[in-house]
Ligand binder design. Structure first.
Ligand code: HPA
Ligand code: ZN
Length: 335
């Protein structure tokens, strides 16, 4: 697109990027070897080489098909230095795409459940965040997610482990991810209520594979300040108006939605509808190592599908900055 240099230069905020989803096949194999992790080894296993794995990633059939690979991949992360390297590699790449502020997700339960200490994970990620601030001038926030494929009763333990970090602001907030269908947001009402009472910020994946009712539930039962994905929001015009009025940010991930077969193509997403209806949204990469693109690739895919004007892109950029969880002085510096 002739707008490519313009899109590259836009000051980007990323709000929907899972650090574990930035694990490239190359780093995955490096860590597997260094940490002596056995990968699935059958003759037709996709885990034969970085090349076969990358090729398999072009054929995900659903969110769960992706998640099966995602959880195997992250089993190679063992030491604090592994987590630091993973996040640092992402920040370098984000910087080259024009990211100035990154709010990144991670899944503590996916690590503690296989014997890696919570502190190992957080300390590694925090070191990378500090380096990103000092050496790349990227401001950062860490958001912990609860994984909805595990029993909801596990959530209290995961929250308790992180509670002091959430209260002190070392962690910026809570999110909810993993298998959506059959795990409606209301199931996590208790922990979200507790977080709210402690002044902790809240977001949740909703309306990715699940229906618009899940978005409504995330807003009413979890009182989220953001909706992650929210593809299905346009199915309920009244709810969409409410999201617009309340300035709830919808964090869109176009290439992810195509790779996971939520839509056939980027043009099917309600992005033009959101823009015209005053719904604030940002454009993000979700799991860039798995979905064929980092944030700038997502901006370019949106431009190819919708052909926005520079003025429209400036409005998207502004909404994205204003929907961030950084303080107003940082927003002013970016804009
Ligand atoms: N959806 C749900 N859970 C996830 C995702 C996603 O796109 N990426 C990582 N965990
Ligand atoms: Zn996600």
């Amino acid at each position: 697109s002739p707008l490519h240099p313009f899109l590259h230069a836009l000051p980007k905020c990323e709000h929907h990027m899972h650090l574990e989803g930035s694990l490239t096949p190359n780093l995955l194999f490096t860590l597997a070897s260094r940490n002596e992790i056995a990968l699935p080894a059958s003759a037709d296993s996709a885990f034969t080489s970085p090349e076969t794995l990358l090729d398999r990633y072009t054929r995900f059939t659903s969110l769960d098909d992706f998640l099966n690979h995602y959880y195997i991949g992250m089993s190679c992360l063992i030491h604090e230095a592994d987590f630091e390297q993973l996040a640092w590699d992402y920040f370098i790449r984000a910087k080259s795409d024009g990211v100035v502020h990154a709010e990144v997700f991670f899944d503590p339960q996916a690590h503690t459940g296989r014997g890696v200490e919570y502190e190992t994970v957080v300390n590694g990620f925090e070191k990378a965040c500090q380096r990103a601030e000092q050496e790349l001038a990227i401001t950062t926030k860490l958001i912990m997610c609860f994984v909805r494929h595990l029993p909801v009763e596990h959530t209290n333990g995961a929250y308790a482990q992180a509670e002091s970090h959430l209260v002190s602001g070392r962690l910026a907030g809570i999110g909810l991810d993993s298998t959506e269908k059959g795990n409606p947001p209301r199931m996590w009402q208790e922990v979200y209520g507790k977080a709210k009472s402690q002044g902790i910020r809240r977001t949740a994946h909703a309306g990715e594979e699940g229906p618009v009712e899940y978005i409504r539930e995330a807003l009413t039962h979890l009182d989220v300040e953001r909706v992650d994905h929210g593809i299905r929001l346009a199915d309920d015009k009244e709810l969409m108006r409410e999201v617009a009025e309340r300035k709830i940010l919808v964090t869109m991930c176009p290439l992810s939605n195509v790779r996971l077969k939520c839509v056939k193509e980027v043009g099917e997403l309600p992005i033009r509808t959101f823009l015209d209806s005053g719904v604030n949204f940002s454009i993000n990469s979700d799991d860039p190592a798995y979905f064929g693109g980092y944030i700038l690739d997502n901006y370019c895919a949106v431009q190819e599908a919708f052909g926005f004007t520079m003025k429209e892109w400036e409005a998207i950029t502004k909404a994205s900055v204003n929907g961030s969880w950084c303080d107003d002085s940082r927003k002013d510096t970016i804009l």
